[in-house]
Design a protein. Structure first.
Length: 348
C-alpha cells in the first residue's frame, strides 16, 4: 500500500480509537535535582483526568482523548505565553534546530543505495554532498533510518524516523518500565530499549567505521517521535562504549516521548553530551508516557511556544511554564508539523 495512504489510515484510526481511551493513576518517585518534581503528591482528579504534578483544566465533554490528554485540540492555548519563564533562544539557535528538524524528517523518505546519493522528498536538497552510508529497516520493531556522511560539514548523521505504530503507542496504557543495565536503579520504556537493541549492531558498526576514518568529524544523532528515543539511547551507547562526548557528538530530537524514570534522567543529565530536545507547542507525544507511570523527561527542553515559531530554553526538565503548561489541551497534529517542516511521510 502507498505509504501516504497507510499514514492517513493510521491517523484516522488513532482519532477514532482514542475516544475509548482510559487513564490510570500511578505512584511517583522521590524528589530529584534540576527542578524535577519527583515527590509523592496527592492525585488531583478533574473529570476523568488524574494528575499528580500540574493543575489542569477540564476537557470539554466529548473531546477525543487518551490518558486525559486531548488528541486533536485545535484551539490556541495562550495561558503559558504570559507565565513562561523560559529563556528566549537566539535566531541562530532556532535556525540550527530547524535545520536538523529537516534532516530528521528525511528519515521518513530516504531512498537510494548505500554509498550512494542522498535522495528523498522535500528536504534532501538542503543537504548537498551527503552520502548514504547505511540504511536500516528492522524486521521485529520496524525501526527505520539511515547513517550518512557529509564531507563538506565534516559530519556523520544518524537519523531515526518515528514509528508507524504511533496510534498504538498513544493508546498503550501499560508503558512498561524495564531495567537499564548500564546504570543501577535506572529504568526505561521496554519497547524503546528493544528498538535500540535491534538497530544497535547496524548503527554502531557503521558509525565506528566512519568515525575512525574521519576523526575530525562530528556525530549527529537525530530522531522524531519514537525515533528520538532511539537517538538518545544509541547516543548513550556511543558514550559508554566509544567514549563519544560533547566534543564528538550532538543529539537533536523532536517530539520525543519520555524515556525513563528519574534515575535514568539524572544519569542522562549528568553526562557531557549536548541534548537538544525540541517540543512543538501542544504536541501530545512528549506528554507520554505520563509522569504518573514513573517517567520523567531529560533536558534540555526547547519549546516552540507559539504559532510564530518562537523558541525558549526551559529552566527545568518538567517546566510547568513550558510544554507542560498546555496539559490537557494537546494535539496529534502538532506532532506532525514543527515550524513549517513536515515530520511524517507527507514530507516525501
Amino acid at each position: 500500500m502507498n505509504p501516504t495512504i497507510k499514514f492517513l489510515a493510521l491517523l484516522v484510526a488513532v482519532l477514532i480509537a482514542v475516544q475509548l481511551a482510559s487513564t490510570a493513576p500511578l505512584k511517583k518517585g522521590k524528589k530529584g535535582h534540576k527542578g524535577h518534581k519527583h515527590g509523592a503528591l496527592p492525585v488531583k482528579v478533574v473529570g476523568n483526568v488524574k494528575t499528580g504534578e500540574h493543575p489542569i483544566q477540564k476537557l470539554p465533554k466529548g473531546t477525543p482523548q487518551a490518558h486525559g490528554l486531548a488528541t486533536n485540540w485545535t484551539q490556541p492555548t495562550t495561558n503559558s505565553a504570559v507565565q513562561n519563564d523560559g529563556i528566549p533562544v537566539s535566531t541562530h539557535r532556532v535556525t540550527t534546530l530547524k535545520n536538523y528538524a529537516r534532516l530528521a524528517s528525511t528519515a521518513y523518505c530516504v531512498v537510494g543505495t548505500e554509498n550512494g546519493p542522498f535522495t528523498c522528498g522535500s528536504y534532501c536538497d538542503d543537504f548537498p554532498e551527503t552520502t548514504i552510508v547505511k540504511t536500516f529497516n528492522t524486521p521485529k520493531t520496524s525501526s527505520i533510518g539511515f547513517v550518512a556522511r557529509n564531507d563538506n560539514n565534516k559530519a556523520i548523521y544518524v537519523a531515526y524516523r518515528g514509528s508507524a505504530n504511533l496510534g498504538s503507542f498513544i493508546q498503550d496504557a501499560k508503558f512498561v518500565l524495564t531495567d537499564y543495565p548500564p546504570v543501577a536503579g535506572a529504568k526505561v520504556h521496554y519497547g524503546f530499549l528493544e528498538d535500540q537493541k535491534e538497530t544497535r549492531e547496524i548503527v554502531y558498526d557503521a558509525v565506528i567505521q566512519e568515525m575512525e576514518k574521519h576523526e575530525d568529524y562530528t556525530l549527529y544523532m537525530l530522531g522524531h517521535s519514537l525515533g528520538g528515543t532511539a537517538a538518545v539511547l544509541q547516543a548513550l551507547d556511543f558514550y559508554q562504549n566509544a567514549g563519544y562526548d560533547s566534543s564528538k557528538m550532538v543529539v537533536y530530537t523532536y517530539g520525543e516521548p519520555r524515556i525513563g524514570n528519574p534515575a535514568f534522567v539524572d544519569y542522562v543529565d549528568s553526562l557531557p553530551i549536548n541534548f537538544f530536545r525540541t517540543v512543538n507547542r501542544n504536541d501530545i507525544v512528549p506528554h507520554l508516557p505520563p509522569e504518573n507511570f514513573g517517567y520523567q523527561h531529560h533536558g534540555n527542553e526547547h519549546w516552540i511556544e507559539n504559532a510564530s515559531g518562537d523558541v525558549v530554553l526551559c529552566s527545568t526538565n518538567e517546566d510547568s511554564s513550558c510544554a507542560d503548561s498546555v496539559v490537557p489541551f494537546t494535539s496529534i497534529s502538532s506532532h506532525l508539523m514543527y515550524w513549517d517542516i513536515k515530520m511524517s511521510v507527507f514530507a516525501c
